[in-house]
Design a protein around this ligand. Structure first.
Ligand SMILES: Nc1ncnc2c1ncn2[C@@H]1O[C@H](COP(=O)(O)OP(=O)(O)O)[C@@H](O)[C@H]1O
Ligand SMILES: [Mg+2]
Length: 237
């Protein structure tokens, strides 16, 4: 598969066209950003770790009947995947309260939620990714019908139903995560982007240690060591 011109450069990845109009290549960068791009850094090896972790998790989700954009991992920093029209809704799934949920609603940090919470944020950096309700999504025409919002919630819960017990078995609490979805050339809604410690929170069940991008947000250090541990636990090492 030939890598052609750059389609888009984001904060964590570059997207390239290929000689197949339905396929694109993501290059996972070592760059790190937080607080809507205000805090920036780079950690050698971070991109490759996220590519490998995402690859394993997409394969796991596919094996459990959840359609994703994943085709194959090309090399350490490149993934081949289906091209979609991205739905500009960040689907947030929360099992334990932390981060903006505790800040915005005064819920105690670390509280296990009575049920899994699914929230929508507008994927718009200029607006600071504000919260959306279903009516906002329809008014903004981010989807065509209410049915599609229901489907996003259903698919997000399915992802959680697979990943939460999977990580629990590996000694990690899946605290929360952000998903992106898109429509492929047939109009099917599939899971896209990446699933990595950049957009999931993992807490070690025994020690409570944070094993995700909060290490960067909170200046804790040891980011790639933590990401590598997440990968090793996935690989059963
Ligand atoms: N399968 C796909 N097809 C087209 N675009 C995608 C696909 N998967 C992810 N994207 C988009 O590509 C970009 C990935 O780069 P990233 O650095 O994460 O960007 P951002 O800074 O917008 O988060 C995102 O905008 C994401 O929505
Ligand atoms: Mg992104």
């Amino acid at each position: 598969m030939e890598k052609r011109e750059l389609l888009y450069e984001g904060k964590a990845k570059r997207l390239f066209l290929t000689d197949d109009e339905n396929l694109v290549i993501s290059e996972f960068k070592d760059d790190l950003t937080a607080f809507n791009g205000e805090k920036k850094s780079s950690e050698a090896g971070k991109g490759a770790l996220n590519n490998k972790i995402s690859t394993e998790l997409f394969k796991l989700l596919e094996a459990n009947g959840i359609p994703t954009h994943f085709v194959k991992m090309i090399d350490d920093n490149h993934m081949l995947h289906t091209k979609v029209d991205v739905i500009l809704i960040e689907v947030i799934v929360r099992n334990i309260a932390t981060g903006s949920l505790t800040r915005n609603l005064g819920i105690e940090d670390g509280k296990v939620l009575p049920f899994t919470l699914v929230e929508f944020d507008y994927k718009d950096d200029d607006l600071g990714d504000p919260k959306l309700n279903d009516q906002h999504c329809l008014i903004l025409e981010l989807v065509e019908h209410q049915d599609e919002l229901d489907k996003l919630r259903r698919m997000a819960r399915q992802v959680n139903d697979v990943l939460k017990p999977y990580f629990a078995e590996k000694g990690l609490n899946l605290v929360d995560f952000k998903l992106e979805f898109g429509k492929d050339s047939s109009g099917n809604i599939i899971l896209v982007d990446e699933i990595s410690p950049d957009n999931c929170r993992f807490w070690d069940i025994e020690s409570g240690e944070k094993m995700d991008k909060d290490r960067f947000r909170q200046g804790l250090g040891g980011l790639t060591v933590a990401y590598e541990q997440v990968l090793n636990r996935i690989l059963g090492k």
